[in-house]
Ligand binder design. Structure first.
Ligand code: SAH
Length: 394
């Protein structure tokens, strides 16, 4: 096995059990390992520290599998997969939905691997050299441990490029007669397009927050911005909203909004779907002096990495400022950021300055985050990416 040695003084992060080892922390390697191959990482004094997957192209040169001196093989992955699935069972998630994240990469001790369950189909996303190297083994183990037969691959995220991996999409095992699957979540149904949908098909991370909106929307005029396939829209209607205006730039997503409303026998006539750019639509509503009781802002990732933080911050400020202006007294703004580059404290500052500039007083009545099937390992704070604020306007 290839052994990589850390530069003197670079042990701290590994000793704190952070699973990423950057190329700059390593001494030049004597012999190169292949992409995804298992390597040992030693301290500059030669002590064993970790065992992980080698990624020759990425700045994150090694992703740690284990900090123990144990073999990396099918048994190792079986134990990790079992633990991940078991932790979802004990989280009482399975009773509320048949769609949930079973494996959330680093947070479940399997770097680079995401596995979501949609009814009886698994969707796998392999993002790193290591998860790619073990993919076939993992696929077999997933079938055994879940007892399911269908696995679809959605390894088409941009981050694969950083690992030198081409995109791959398609059936890995079994078959799905139609790429659209109906899932249920807190007794509401949603059509999910596994083939063309975003991420692995649905924003599972927002499950609890969709329910939160449902509980707040009785008799409200709701504006759902970046509505995608209508997760918040359907919940607002189910909660008794007076009206919902749902805005998204994607016509396909809006088609699914209508179908999801029908699927739940909810009143389609209360909803207006608008295909538009949210930045422009909010300005138009402001000019028309339209107002709402509740506004949801769930934009896509404006800052995937730290480099785009400034531009992203301007984007968040802009939409939140406009939203505050459209909010009636006592109205509620439910605002999110899923940008890894923007932490919770910064996001709160941006929203605060948006309220200030809008000339509106508001209070945070709730801080929200990603749902329980997207846990955050304490040794991997990067796993926390979704932050949301529920703000009540004075
Ligand atoms: N709230 C949704 C998820 C939103 S995902 C849910 O709970 O399921 C972000 C959405 O924003 C996508 O549907 C994408 O099509 C849309 N989008 C991205 N940029 C946009 C823009 N500038 N204007 C309008 N919609 C946009």
């Amino acid at each position: 096995m290839t052994r990589l040695i850390l530069r003197p003084g670079r042990e701290k992060s590994v000793l704190r059990r952070h699973p990423w080892i950057f190329s700059g922390a390593l001494q030049p390697a004597m012999d190169e390992a292949a992409s995804g191959e298992t390597v040992d990482v030693l301290s500059s004094k030669g002590d064993f520290l970790a065992r992980g997957a080698y990624s020759p192209q990425s700045q994150i040169r090694v992703r740690v599998w284990t900090f123990e001196d144990e073999p990396i093989n099918a048994d190792f992955f079986r134990a990790r997969i079992k633990l991940a699935i078991h932790s979802r069972d004990t989280g009482h998630l399975m009773s509320d939905t048949n769609a949930l994240r079973l494996i959330y990469a680093e947070s479940d001790g399997i770097s680079g691997l995401i596995v979501d369950r949609y009814d009886d189909t698994l969707v796998l996303q392999s993002l790193t050299a290591g998860s790619e190297y073990w993919k076939e083994t993992i696929v077999e183990l997933l079938l055994e441990e879940t007892g399911l037969k269908n696995i679809y691959e959605r390894s088409d995220a941009d981050v694969r490029e950083l690992e030198g991996l081409p995109p791959r999409v398609g059936m890995l095992r079994g078959a799905i007669p139609d790429s659209r699957i109906t899932i249920s979540e807190h007794d509401l149904k949603f059509l999910v397009d596994l083939e063309h949908g975003h991420k692995t098909g649905f924003y599972l991370d927002q499950r609890a927050n969709r329910r939160g909106v449902r509980l707040l929307s009785r008799d409200e005029d709701v504006l759902d911005c970046f509505c995608y396939t209508g997760g918040f829209t359907v919940n607002a209607l189910a909660g008794g909203a007076k009206s919902v205006l749902s805005v998204d730039a994607s016509a396909e997503a809006l088609t699914l909004v209508r179908r999801n409303i029908e699927l739940n026998d909810l009143p389609l006539e209360k909803v207006q779907c608008l295909e538009a750019d949210v930045f422009q639509a909010l300005r138009k509503f402001r000019d028309e002096r339209r107002t709402f009781d509740m506004i949801v802002l769930d934009p896509p990732k404006f800052a995937p990495t730290a480099a785009q933080v400034e531009k992203a911050a301007r984007g968040y400020k802009d939409i939140n400022l406009l939203a505050f202006k459209l909010l009636r007294p006592n109205g509620i703004l439910v605002t999110f950021s899923c940008s890894g580059g923007i932490d919770a404290a910064l996001f709160q500052k941006i929203v605060a300055s948006a309220a200030l500039d809008a000339g509106v007083e508001a209070r945070i009545i709730e801080h929200v985050s990603q749902d329980r099937d997207h846990p955050i390992a304490l040794n991997f704070p990067e796993g926390a990416y979704l932050k949301g604020l529920v703000c009540l306007r004075k």
